[in-house]
Write a protein that binds this ligand. Structure first.
Ligand code: ZN
Length: 428
């Protein structure tokens, strides 16, 4: 990919960055918010790097993820749009992220890789016990032709999608196409018709996107493109992709194990992720691998599921159901005419699951079903929301902290040297 040719128009930038908020159609001034710094910042979205996530003490989980954090980036833009509206005394109105009165969403993606059938079954039963429907992304070649009895194949709600044929990254489009088509045909032969894809090692590319479009997939999930964010349609060189990106939190149990987390610390890590995302009403999208990971840490997985179940109003769809909801929501067109005592909504879509969220300049918010007609402000049940509920939880280690972490880690490795160093320096 040639970065220098990547020049999205301001309108494309606006559509990409805040399109997912589902603001009314006539909000034109948002385009004015996009200036040159944004485009410079945006170029970072096409690269990925090994980044530290918040851990415990000196332990940091690392993963190769998108160089820019799209979730945080767009959070800043959302804030800026709200500020401009509130300055004019106008409310911020958009279609709520989830159906009905759900506060958040939880979904768990399982990449099967070379897991054995018994590993998958153990994980499947654990999730069943906790009433969680998993989404299985199948590594087809690793099944050795045994696709007849994939976990949960006959269970309604269990979702089977595609990970790869060969678990590797291909540089050219033809190889990507052959690998995905090969795997797709194998799954079709056992009456599974995948519409979702998750690339090996989470590596996204424009080639991959083009192949997924050609093969009529509807969504994919790659943390080299995005993580810890709402779903969105990626911005390509000259247009917006038709493949929905469904970002996940990219740290799985084996990454924590690699960073020497104890059992207790692993539980605390996921407890923190679930809690922080839940209070901010962000999606809780996790993932794992059965072999040597989910099977090995079943008690932690059980704990994760119970953390979700113990919190009210969390929607628990499969990845595919969530993607379908997001695509439906994205297609809804509506307009709003602001008046002194309320606002007039016009839309052709009537769906009871669609809710409008109205945020007021005084910090209150209200929800109301999205239907055509006049909505009086006084008829709304307004509640004051905390600043935290509208903030973004960034699971990445702040840059200053990660440099400090490296220094401390080096010093702790050479304790005797650091003692000597400190003595020399401070005459201790
Ligand atoms: Zn994999």
């Amino acid at each position: 990919m040639n970065f220098s040719t990547f020049e999205p128009s301001l309108a494309q930038m606006a559509e990409w960055a805040i399109g997912f908020e589902k603001l009314p159609d006539q909000l034109e001034f948002v385009e004015q918010l996009f200036h040159i710094e944004v485009i410079q910042e945006y170029s970072k979205f096409r690269s990925f790097a090994n980044k530290p996530f918040n851990g415990f003490k000196l332990k940091r989980p690392f993963e190769k993820v998108s160089s820019a954090n799209s979730g945080y980036f767009r959070h800043l833009y959302r804030k800026e749009i709200k500020r401009k509206l509130f300055e004019r005394g106008m409310p911020y109105i958009h279609i709520w992220y989830y159906p009905s009165n759900y506060k958040s969403v939880f979904s768990f993606r399982v990449d099967t890789d070379s897991s054995r059938r018994e590993d998958c079954e153990a994980v499947f039963h654990l999730a069943q016990k906790n009433k969680i429907h998993l989404t299985w992304f199948i590594d087809v070649a690793a099944r050795n032709g045994d696709l007849s009895d994939l976990p949960g194949m006959s269970v309604s709600g269990e979702d089977i999608q595609l990970h790869c044929f060969n678990h590797q990254i291909f540089a050219d489009k033809e190889s990507v196409f052959n690998d995905i088509r090969n795997a797709y045909e194998k799954l079709e032969s056992v009456r599974i018709h995948p519409s979702g894809y998750a690339a090996p090692y989470g590596v996204w590319s424009e080639n991959l996107n083009a192949v997924l479009e050609e093969l009529n997939f509807i969504y994919s999930s790659e943390f080299s493109l995005a993580h810890d964010d709402f779903p969105y349609f990626p911005l390509l060189s000259s247009r917006i992709s038709r493949i929905l990106q469904v970002p996940i939190h990219p740290i799985c149990l084996s990454i924590l194990a690699k960073a020497s987390f104890t059992h207790g610390e692993m539980k605390s890590y996921f407890q923190r992720i679930i809690k922080e995302k839940y209070v901010r009403r962000q999606p809780i999208m996790l993932y794992g691998h059965p072999l040597n990971e989910m099977v090995k840490y079943q008690d932690i997985l059980d704990f994760v599921f119970s953390q979700v179940s113990s919190r009210p109003k969390i929607w628990k769809p499969s990845y595919t159901e969530f993607a379908q909801w997001w695509i439906f929501r994205n297609g809804v067109r509506f307009t709003i005419r602001n008046e002194l005592y309320g606002f007039e909504v016009k839309t052709d879509v009537e769906d009871k699951r669609l809710m409008l969220r109205i945020e007021f300049p005084n910090g209150e918010e209200a929800f109301t079903p999205m239907t055509s007609g006049f909505i009086n402000f006084s008829s709304l049940e307004k509640v004051v929301v905390s600043r935290k509920a509208n903030s973004y939880y960034n699971p990445l280690e702040p840059a200053w902290k990660s440099y400090g972490f490296f220094v401390l880690k080096i010093l702790s490795k050479f304790r005797s040297f650091s003692k000597f160093f400190l003595k020399e320096l401070f005459y201790l």
